[in-house]
Design a protein around this ligand. Structure first.
Ligand SMILES: [Zn+2]
Length: 269
């Protein structure tokens, strides 16, 4: 793996470090480390770092921990969700950027078109094949997420992945050829069998598990009876705004859309 990174100037004295292992970053006493390379635990130094941007005036260097099964001699790897749960949404985004880029470079070492080894294009954070000129950029997968209003009710679904009784907004990935609004209409029909109207954009959130761009909407219920796709949802129902089930945590776009939709409903009563 080290050939991929080898041509880059790597270490500065005052960098902020994203030492990535899978979807985790290394923390020293709960903080992302800053300083020169000596602040990191020891690891294969033939894997230099990639400059992935600036954070509060500091160069941010991302380097991947070489062995997923190995533990560092100090500090600890942590998932990203604690950043969000502690209200540190900007650090969540920054660490998510590092995790996504590490994943991209790890999975684009060879050209998908001709099979030759690719090199990193530092200034574009891309990989390039000098043999056939194929260039790859980090994959970002657009998906829609939508809060559906109906009178003084919200349509919420319980994913087959949820184990804690939580209900949330509906969501799904965009397919080739679709507009985001097409995705909203198709996914809502597939998951709960109803049609929606008045689809309007609210906000978006990058979600690094593994590389989603969640585009958030509010829509109005139009027609049809709820018919749940059992592959996606355990349940879906209309909930009165005063009798809501357990909801996603604050900081998620799902929760934000629900709060926005509730505010719209309350202001119209
Ligand atoms: Zn190629």
């Amino acid at each position: 793996m080290s050939e991929l990174y080898v041509s880059f100037p790597s270490y500065t004295d005052e960098a902020l470090w994203l030492l990535v292992r899978g979807d985790q970053v290394w923390l020293d006493e709960g903080q992302l480390p800053t300083g020169n390379k000596a602040v990191l635990p020891s690891f294969d130094t033939e894997a230099p770092a990639i400059n992935v941007g600036l954070w509060q005036g500091r160069t941010v260097l991302m380097v991947e921990w070489p062995d997923r099964n190995a533990e560092p001699e100090r500090g600890a790897f942590s998932g990203l969700r604690p950043f969000m749960e502690q209200g540190q949404s900007q650090l969540f985004q920054l660490a998510g950027r590092g995790v996504q880029l590490a994943n991209f470079f790890r999975t684009h070492r060879f050209c998908g078109q001709c099979g030759a080894r690719m090199r990193v294009v530092q200034e574009e954070l891309a990989t390039h094949c000098d043999h056939c000129q194929h260039r790859c950029y980090p994959r970002i997968s657009p998906s829609m997420i939508v809060a559906i209003k109906h009178g003084r009710q919200l349509l919420l679904g319980q994913s087959v992945r949820f184990k804690n009784g939580m209900y949330s907004t509906l969501a799904g990935f965009t397919e080739p050829g679709e507009s985001m609004e097409d995705t909203v209409r198709r996914e809502v029909m597939e998951e709960v069998g109803v049609t929606v109207k008045n689809i309007r954009y609210v906000c978006s959130q990058n979600w690094p598990f593994p590389h989603s761009m969640m585009v958030g909407f509010i829509a109005d219920y139009d027609s049809g009876d709820i018919r749940v796709d059992p592959a996606e949802l355990q349940d879906a129902a209309f909930f009165d705004i005063d009798a809501l089930p357990p909801l996603p945590v604050e900081g998620t776009i799902a929760r934000y859309l629900i709060e926005q939709a509730l505010a719209e409903i309350r202001s119209s009563l």
